[in-house]
Design a protein around this ligand. Structure first.
Ligand code: IPE
Ligand code: IPE
Ligand code: MG
Length: 246
């Protein structure tokens, strides 16, 4: 076979259905080269495209990525506004390709604090990709696991007050149904790049039984090969969900 037609790698057996990624290390990646932090965020955004494209080959159906946390507002005003304009830029640059490549895009997190233009672009991208089903890409912007649960409980309380919800019927499934992620399966694998071994408020409820991969690679260096190797390691693990080995 000619070099111009590389073989497409086969899906990994026992591949996780849903992979969630804490994309960390952009700032350190840039600083190591004497560049501003935003340079790292731009390089990180390019990686997103490569990983989304790799999903169908690897066999991953749902990909959820952490782009901006409810705590990231603590950063300098210039970093925050640079990130917000990067999100707008990413959506307008990628819109066509995502629609064409069958990617269904959803956003999770509290949108009300985001600027109106960005919110409108997010709504538009969700609408334009709503019939796609090759890969389900969920982008977490102004997302915090605690904030998500608090918003869900507030909405439940309103439904109880208005008589729509019987408070004695509330169980785990009820709360799951009020979360931003209500239409998504729980993540099977959560990957965090950059060597930090913490969750930083990501998918707290949903990752109760997820497997974790904490890897040293900084997000802008996270290639599709690194992604494949994380997924392969997951495939070799035994999940028991509190039970015993069959
Ligand atoms: C992750 O990279 C991206 C965001 C949190 C927006 P960081 O910006 O946290 O990079 P480090 O951790 O400072 O290297
Ligand atoms: C987590 O990274 C949030 C995102 C990747 C968007 P942070 O860099 O904000 O996390 P901490 O502050 O190191 O815990
Ligand atoms: Mg970080």
């Amino acid at each position: 076979m000619s070099d111009r037609h590389p073989t497409v790698e086969a899906p990994i057996p026992n591949c996780p259905k849903h992979v969630a990624i804490i994309m960390d290390g952009n700032g350190r990646w840039a600083q190591a080269q004497g560049k501003p932090r935003l340079f790292g965020h731009h390089a990180g955004a390019k990686r997103v495209k490569e990983i989304v494209r790799a999903c169908p080959d690897v066999g991953v159906k749902y990909l959820t990525i952490f782009a901006f946390s409810t705590e990231n507002w603590k950063r300098t005003q210039s970093e925050v506004s640079g990130l917000m304009s990067l999100f707008r830029r990413y959506i307008s640059a990628e819109m066509k390709g995502l629609v064409k490549e069958g990617v269904r895009v959803r956003f999770i997190g509290d949108r009300v604090r985001l600027d109106g233009k960005l919110q409108a672009m997010m709504d538009d991208l969700e609408r334009r990709t709503e019939h796609n089903e090759k890969v389900h890409l969920t982008i977490a912007i102004n997302y915090g696991g605690r904030d998500e649960v608090a918003r869900a409980v507030k909405e439940m309380a309103c439904d109880v007050a208005s008589g729509k919800l019987d408070p004695t019927s509330v169980d785990e499934t009820t709360l799951t149904g009020y979360l931003d992620t209500r239409v998504l399966p729980d993540p099977d694998l959560v990957i965090r790049t950059s060597g930090e071994a913490r969750i930083s408020n990501f998918l707290l409820w949903q990752s109760a039984y997820s497997e974790y991969e904490f890897i040293d690679t900084l997000w802008p260096d996270f290639t599709s090969d690194v992604f494949r190797s994380c997924v392969s390691r997951f495939a070799g693990r035994e999940r028991r969900f509190g039970g015993v080995k069959a």
